[in-house]
Design a protein around this ligand. Sequence first.
Ligand SMILES: NC(=O)c1ccc[n+]([C@@H]2O[C@H](COP(=O)([O-])OP(=O)(O)OC[C@H]3O[C@@H](n4cnc5c(N)ncnc54)[C@H](OP(=O)(O)O)[C@@H]3O)[C@@H](O)[C@H]2O)c1
Length: 252
Amino acid sequence: MKIVITGVSKGLGRYLAIELLRLGHDVWGISRKEREHSEIKNLFQYPNFIYSACDLTSESHISRFAEEIAGRNFPVDVLVLNAALMGNDYVNGVWDFEKFREIMEVNFMGAANLTAKLLPSFQQREKGIILGISSISSIRALLMDKIAYAPSKSALNMMFESLRLQLGYSYPGIRFITFNPGPLEQRDQIFSSSYSHIGRKIISIIENNKYKDIYTYPLMSSIIYKVFQLIPDRFIARYIIQPRRKHKEKQK
Ligand SMILES: NC(=O)c1ccc[n+]([C@@H]2O[C@H](COP(=O)([O-])OP(=O)(O)OC[C@H]3O[C@@H](n4cnc5c(N)ncnc54)[C@H](OP(=O)(O)O)[C@@H]3O)[C@@H](O)[C@H]2O)c1
């Protein structure tokens, strides 16, 4: 299969790229890093790897990338929207709105822009998978010091829902899948999963073209977050967020 993955320079995107390349798929990766960067150079050991440096906040970068894809005869079977920023935009009682904007630009607008640019080729071929790596934070905004992250991911999920509803009848062969992982590779979080654990699940969805629209994984994180949906915000702010903030401040 011909697969485009955003955010291949590290983390889950890098894991997915390497595993899919090993399985013999053609992978076209993007991230902001130049191709000479060691993390990227390394991936060229696989002859089926193609790369473009592309900043998802830049209209001109995304347009150039879409032109490159069209010019190189790379009919995309699977688009994995994985790149994201997870930084803190609420620090020491101050909402950093520029940071907020940047997170929304990468996680939501950049993913939407790239999808819009590549969608016509999926429509022409009437098949393919567009897979959004979202987050369990789209269900409940529990992460410390973050305002943008949860809405950037819930907006992404709703965009996928709209795409399913608007295109589902005319293009039943195009699958719009959202994948909501719980915490990844985080020692301070209970029920954190490894990139390989989550990555393998995603690869099995891609390879077996499974027929579910939304995956929330692993099950335990999904249950915990659903329970947290029932707890009032005021309670969480007082008994979970605030004590954690105090604990963090003490540790400084
Ligand atoms: N880590 C977690 O605990 C967790 C939990 C649930 C869901 N997720 C989701 O899982 C996905 C992968 O997470 P991860 O932990 O692997 O993240 P990560 O290690 O921070 O990697 C993020 C990737 O996105 C790329 N990226 C960031 N800004 C970009 C931009 N403007 N243009 C193009 N690429 C950009 C980065 O590349 P450059 O910096 O080189 O551009 C990097 O390759 C994300 O969608 C994340 O939201 C993560």
